[in-house]
Design a protein around this ligand. Structure first.
Ligand code: GBH
Length: 479
């Protein structure tokens, strides 16, 4: 190195000082790895559910479920669509595992069709049905993808008398859960009992929009809710009794997510109160091992009946809570209301995604995690579903440019990162969904997949969002 004159040396120092003051720490536009990096070991995955993807409705001895019957009843689903064929994953699961592999995800959340394993719900087991899940699990593991299994994602064996109106259905569920964990527990370490209580209880039995399509009075509908959470609790016990030590048990719940209208202590407090009361029949009851007095008072003579001991099961400690998060509910402090909060309904101008119910508010994914952790101190949380429908168009060139889905996901993951940065015990994220599939009452009219499915040919085409998600997973970071 040549010697510098004093003057040159002085100039260099001055320049460095100026640069130090004026330049940002990182160059503009360059990715900052630390900024939105998820922790090492964070699990990225995709989610599906049996009735929405499998098809093979009558194959190998599967019994009918309430959704087979409901979807085959005229007027119940969009266009009379059914899950008879769906994505035909019953026959194409190997191809679907390769889609997961090409995304680079570490995990896959799938559900089991109860009536494939027990065609009548109880009694005689169907070995061929169980074998299918053995094959899927083995295929996933051979591809180094960890299965997370939901035992009940709404498809209830039709043979069970009275469905969820009958308390015995909860007992039957526990038996089935114990059986499946005995069969898969050597290879599957994570089980979720039920998916979204409100959908298979209230929407099925009170509102009637989902199977079995009943509109029961409040007293009976509240009893259905109770049987739902009892089923969960008894299943937790059955899974623990029938699986190796270390098996992790949780559920997937679409808890109402309350977002403070302004992030100030009073509104944050309101969001916490709303989290307890707004989830009183379900998550609150599980987490606290009791119904809130306010819930019982509110329901009065219509409050559910419960047997002594029910809450021993219902309040069983969980290893994790899975949250399905799509939309926010805004809440504010309100000193005039008995519970100290008031909900803010969305103005008519509030924007939404392709499904009208899917109002946009990406901060909900952060508040969902935060509220649940702050209120109940849960040991671990997963986002077990998050995603959106889009009016996807397959171009002649074979592309789907779903920029709206990418927008939705990017905003949610950015907000989810905040939960990670603040130290909440978030372990993983499952995107809904791997594939376009049978969207319940909306039939095939709403597409939620990272892969476009041509339902005539069953051809899968990765969308722009698949490419985007692959990049997120590879970098373990949202840009
Ligand atoms: C999840 O439900 C489900 O777990 C999954 O199976 C489903 O495919 C996915 O979301 C996408 O919908 O039509 O206005 O009456 C999310 C919670 C509850 C949202 C029922 C739609 C119907 C609203 N869902 N709700 S409306």
């Amino acid at each position: 190195m040549r010697n510098m004159t004093r003057r040159e040396f002085g100039k260099t120092l001055a320049a460095a000082a100026v640069a130090g003051a004026a330049l940002p720490k990182f160059a503009f536009g360059a990715p900052v790895a630390e900024a939105r990096a998820f922790p090492k070991g964070f699990l990225w995955g995709c989610s599906t559910a049996a009735y929405q993807v499998e098809g093979g409705a009558q194959d190998d001895g599967r019994g009918p479920s309430n959704w087979d019957i409901f979807s085959h009843t005229p007027g119940k689903t969009h266009n009379g669509d059914t899950g008879d064929v769906a994505d035909d994953s019953y026959h194409r699961y190997k191809e679907d595992v390769q889609l997961l592999r090409s995304l680079g995800v570490q995990t896959y959340r799938m559900s089991i069709s109860w009536s494939r394993v027990f065609p009548n719900g109880t009694g005689q087991m169907n070995a061929k049905g169980m074998d299918y899940y053995n094959r899927v699990v083995d295929e996933l593991l051979a591809n180094r993808i960890t299965p997370y299994i939901t035992l009940f994602h709404w498809d209830l064996p039709a043979a069970l008398p009275g469905g969820w109106q009958n308390r015995n259905t909860a007992l039957a569920f526990a038996e089935y859960a114990g059986f499946v964990t005995r069969k898969l527990g050597d290879r599957v370490n994570h089980f979720m009992t039920t998916n979204e209580f409100t959908c298979f209880t209230d929407l099925g039995y009170r509102v009637g929009q989902f199977a079995p399509g009943l509109q029961l009075p409040a007293k009976e509908a509240n009893q259905v809710r109770h049987h739902g959470i009892l089923a969960h609790g008894l299943a937790v016990q059955a899974i623990r009794a029938n699986s190796p030590r270390g098996t992790q048990v949780g559920l997937a719940e679409n808890a109402n997510v309350y977002v403070p209208v302004i992030e100030t202590p009073e509104h944050i407090d309101a969001a916490r109160r709303a989290t307890r009361m707004g989830n009183a029949p379900f998550l609150t009851a599980l987490m606290e091992g009791a119904y809130m007095n306010e819930y019982l008072e509110q329901e009065g003579a219509n409050a559910p009946h419960f047997a002594p001991g029910d809450f021993n099961a219902i309040g069983s400690p969980l290893d994790f809570v899975g949250l399905n998060i799509y939309t926010p509910t805004y809440v504010r402090a309100d000193a005039n209301s008995p519970m100290g909060y008031a909900l803010e309904p969305a103005p008519t101008s509030y924007p939404h995604m392709a499904s009208p119910w899917l109002t946009i508010g990406p901060e909900c994914i952060y508040w969902g995690v935060r509220n649940v952790c702050d209120v109940w101190k849960v040991p671990a949380v997963y986002i077990t579903e998050n995603g959106t429908s889009s009016d996807d168009v397959l171009t002649p060139a074979g592309r789907v440019e779903d920029t709206d889905r990418v927008m939705y996901l990017r905003n949610h993951l950015t907000n989810l990162h905040r939960a990670v940065a603040e130290g909440y015990p978030l372990k993983g994220y499952f995107l809904w969904s791997l594939l376009d599939n049978f969207e319940w009452a909306d039939g095939y009219s709403k597409r939620f997949g990272l892969h476009y499915v041509d339902f005539k040919t069953q051809k899968r085409t990765p969308k722009l969002s698949a490419e985007w998600y692959r990049t997120v997973v590879a970098r373990n970071m949202v840009e």
